[in-house]
Design a protein around this ligand. Structure first.
Ligand code: ATP
Ligand code: MG
Length: 137
């Protein structure tokens, strides 16, 4: 069994798509084991995306992620990390395949509705960042 971090980004919350997005993960068979709605501080978002800190889009990415409330979820299942990535679709929502979350619901490269951890190492780091309490997960 594996756990992964999913974020419904500010565009998903603002557009009222959180329920639909969570439903897709639940219908697939992933188990929701943690969830919170919060406008997260810049410092936490910078740590979350620290792998991208040298990229030109880093300031706008962190700015966007801090622009409104985000829903952070911990999902559990066999191969949960890869399964979630598959359900999300390609980063650029315009190129994401129909049937994926980004492919069905989005048109933007940057405001692309969801985040999912991309490896076991990043899942461990990100779950600890968004659910730091000993009793949270
Ligand atoms: P996420 O990490 O948010 O789940 P991802 O793993 O599909 O998305 P990454 O390569 O990790 O994509 O990039 C993180 C986020 O940074 C993307 O979701 C997107 O919002 C933004 N981003 C990535 N590449 C670019 C780019 N070339 N120009 C603008 N924004 C970008
Ligand atoms: Mg990523």
């Amino acid at each position: 069994m594996e756990r992964t971090l999913v974020l419904c980004k500010p565009d998903a919350v603002q557009r009222g798509l959180v329920g639909q997005i969570l439903t897709r993960f639940e219908q697939k068979g992933l188990k929701l084991v943690g969830m919170k709605l919060r406008q997260f501080p810049k410092e936490l978002l910078e740590q979350h995306y620290s792998d991208h800190k040298e990229r030109p889009f880093f300031p706008s990415l962190v700015g966007f992620m801090g622009s409104g409330p985000v829903v952070a979820m911990a999902l559990e299942g066999i191969d949960a990390i890869a399964v979630v990535r598959g359900l999300m679709g390609k980063t650029n929502a315009r190129e994401a395949a129909p049937g994926t979350i980004r492919g069905d619901l989005g048109m933007s490269f940057s405001n692309n509705l969801v985040h999912g951890s991309d490896s076991a190492e990043s899942a461990a780091k990100e779950l600890a960042l968004f659910f730091p309490g000993a009793d949270e997960l």
